[in-house]
Design a protein around this ligand. Sequence first.
Ligand code: UT7
Length: 325
Amino acid sequence: MSGPVDAIVTGVGAYLPANAVSNSDLEMRVETSDAWIQARTGIRQRHVAADGELTSDLALAAARAALTDAGVDGAELDLIVLATTTPDSTFPATATKVQAALGMTQGAAFDVQAVCAGFIYAVSVAANALAAGQAAKALVIGAETFTRLLDWNDRSTCVLFGDGAGAILLEGRPSNGADRTGVLSSHLHSDGRYYDLLYVDGGPSSTGTTGHVRMQGPEVFKHAVNKLSDAVREALAANDLESGDVDWFVPHQANKRIIDGTAKKLGIDPGRVILTVDRHANTSAASIPLALHQGVADGRIKKGDLVVLEAIGGGLSWGASVIRW
Ligand code: UT7
């Protein structure tokens, strides 16, 4: 395809493991309460992958659902970008397992690692590849078995996370330059000075173990609202848009208080916010595509709508994307 290309969303899919674990279930395991978790985070339950159920299994289920939604066969794909912090193995990329299972033998499949901001990074990479003519049909997946990184002796983190996967199919279409649709722009940021605020205390080159999540929650919280609202403002301004133009705000689902605070700062009507944190908890790179799937499945997100995504996570890494659905 020569000339400008729009990266349009033609399919959405999601997968959640069957096992839903309530806050009350966690009361049996750690010194916590349903009341504390709900009041501080908005979380009521999270899904947890079964023993032997891997990130690639979750990713594949979401990928298949997105392909079915789009009416596209896996063999037609020429790019898979999979955002995950919890790969099946240190290498190769989990995306290559999904690639083989989908019957895709051309193009490229790789993982991106930006923790909870991973889906924004993956959308950016895939949309840029379509715009550059490197691919025509790109599957963008966020998939995590994040509960495998939890320290069940640390109540300040173990109640916050869940497992799941979501996927969108992006297809390149000739653009007329005006009235653009699809991914309008993505805006990525990271600042490694904040590495120690949210990290895993293991890894192949340091301890040789997988490690567990460590987080200075209140510090991350303070950065989150400011950095997310700045990124969304930057993304809207780049497209000559204002917060009043946003049909659906689809934020990373870490904490309802962060989502409410960010939406308020931006002047976005709470009725325009897609919320899944109550049922999914924080599924890291999977949270945005899971929320997108929810919004599309229940009829809220429709063709032509302006959809704004944002996320922040370890690094710190953060960003925002604007999509004309
Ligand atoms: O997705 C990546 C980005 N991550 C985030 O966005 C997470 C950002 N941070 C947060 O969401 C919040 O900071 C938390 C939910 C992690 C914590 O909420 P908080 O309002 O900042 O609480 P806190 O850490 O200041 O803790 C308040 C109290 C403490 O007790 P004291 O010291 O006041 O007596 C904690 O020990 O709550 C206690 N606490 C708990 N109590 C019951 C901490 N965890 C729990 C728990 N159950 N699970």
